[in-house]
Design a protein around this ligand. Structure first.
Ligand code: NAD
Length: 449
């Protein structure tokens, strides 16, 4: 297996060396093939993902897996010519009339390690950015979404040569070897725990990494918030994919005086959005389901108030103590702890006492509170009065900070992530810089102040 992986890696490296700067046409054409593959095989994609999950909402698959990829490709193809153009850079007056430019250059072979929760889109979104930047790609899909992984492995060779895009299937043993390949860049999406291991493996090669990790993303509900709207947005974010979303609101912080009203609003939103099992999604495996059950059972055994509207709906856990696993671990499932805090300030203190989240959701229209959050907290993204939708804005950088990850992608940010921004200096025909060279003139010292 190791020889195969290394063999494919070297074949890609050789192919890249032969053509290290693909033209705009080639890059747009590769993106076009990615779009055609996704569009033509959408039924197979839906079926594979549904088989992986046992049950998953077709609407959510079309929205978050298929349409998300197609829209990202359209956005990128339209703007690529502009991103690829070298940009003018300023020049200090002492060095004029020299000129400076910043020229984005492809990196080479990019490795992408994908998770199981959105097994089509989170495998291909980084590939879109890597192709846009002119690279070739090796993809390792998740073994937990084995049918989608097999579909990627079947389709990609029909649309791409192995030298431009290869798929490596396998479990942890393959993932370990994969992360140790001397990529020119490695993007990993997964847990913080495995992210650490991937970063260590990459460090041995000085391979730059982008880590798209997880963590507990809070939703703060301020006193001025429209509770009905806040509840609808939070239940939407938690309900999507049964909570198996890296940016799902993990828990809710609400001021004590609004606690009961918020619980009522959340209960109504759950009844409205998740009335039956038609659009339901299951946990990816029996093991993942058992983990969620055990979080819930532990909270129940500790005497927490629990409001459960059925096996596929978000389940409210009111005011769990901090020692419970549901408050220590990223939930990644349907549990939704609702915690009362004395004030908005206390909510900020609560968030700041924990690892920086991937997303921080806040429900308030108060401009002072909004700017307080902006200045006093840190998170991958800060979202007001909504959940999840920032992921669908291609002009926003997407990524975490601290334990929720490093480096961002999507749109131009992704293009730059997978490019080397090369500084170029053009000396003029009659350079003034000759005046800077020895033998140094006395006036030079004066000029330097
Ligand atoms: P995971 O970290 O458990 O597993 C990811 C992959 O890592 C697996 O496919 C496995 O083969 C591989 N792996 C395991 N041990 C390894 C090792 N020692 N070296 C190299 N690779 C190894 O993550 P998951 O269960 O696939 O996904 C869930 C996590 O991903 C959650 O924490 C979630 O928040 C996060 N996530 C983040 C984003 C984001 O964009 N930031 C998106 C989706 C999911």
């Amino acid at each position: 297996m190791q020889r195969d992986l290394t063999g494919i890696f070297h074949a890609q490296q050789d192919a890249f060396t032969q053509a290290p700067f693909p033209s705009l046409t080639i890059r747009r054409e590769r993106l076009g093939r990615l779009a055609r593959m996704t569009k033509r095989h959408q039924h197979d994609i839906v079926r594979a993902i549904q088989t992986d999950f046992g049950q998953r909402s077709e609407t959510e698959i079309r929205l978050a897996e298929i349409s998300a990829v197609l829209q990202a490709i359209t956005y990128t193809r339209r703007r690529l010519w502009h991103w690829m153009r070298p940009q003018r850079a300023g020049m200090p007056w002492r060095l004029l009339p020299a000129k400076a430019r910043i020229a984005p250059q492809p990196l080479g072979v990019v490795g992408v390690m994908a998770p199981w929760n959105y097994p089509w889109s989170l495998a291909l979104m980084p590939v879109i950015d890597a192709f846009a930047a002119g690279n070739v790609v090796m993809l390792k899909p998740s073994e937990y979404a084995s049918h989608t992984s097999a579909l990627l492995a079947k389709l990609i060779p029909q649309y791409f040569t192995e030298e431009e895009f290869s798929v490596i299937e396998g479990g942890v043993d393959v993932a370990e070897v994969f992360s140790a390949l001397p990529f020119d860049h490695l993007l990993f999406t997964g847990s913080t725990q495995v992210g650490r291991k991937v970063a260590l493996a990459a460090a041995a090669n000085l391979t730059p990494v982008t880590l798209e990790l997880g963590g507990k993303s809070p939703a703060i509900v301020a006193a001025d918030a429209d509770l009905e709207h806040a509840a609808a947005a939070i239940v939407f974010g938690k309900g999507m994919n049964a909570g198996q979303t890296c940016i799902a609101p993990d828990y809710v912080l609400v001021e004590s005086r609004s606690l009961e009203a918020m619980i009522k609003a959340l209960t109504q939103a759950i009844a409205h959005q998740r009335p039956n099992d038609k659009e339901a999604t299951s946990a990816i495996s029996e093991r993942h389901q058992q983990r969620i059950d055990s979080l819930l059972n532990e909270a129940r055994d500790h005497g927490c108030r629990i409001i459960d509207a059925g096996p596929h709906a978000p389940v409210l856990i009111i005011d769990p103590t901090q020692d419970l696993a549901v408050m220590r671990e990223e939930i990644f499932g349907r549990c939704l702890p609702v915690i009362a805090v004395k004030s908005f300030d206390d909510a900020i203190g609560y968030v700041n006492a924990r690892a920086h989240p991937l997303a921080l959701y806040a429900f308030t229209n108060d401009k002072t509170l909004q700017s307080t959050l902006l200045q006093r907290t840190r998170s991958g993204a800060l979202v007001f009065n909504e959940t999840l939708l920032h992921h669908a804005v291609p002009s926003l950088p997407f990524g975490g900070v601290g334990e929720s990850g490093m480096g961002t992608y999507h749109g131009r940010h992704g293009f730059e992530r997978f490019s080397h921004l090369r500084g170029i200096f053009y000396q003029a025909k009659k350079p003034t810089s000759r005046l800077l060279r020895p033998p140094y003139r006395r006036w030079l010292l004066k000029l330097l102040g």
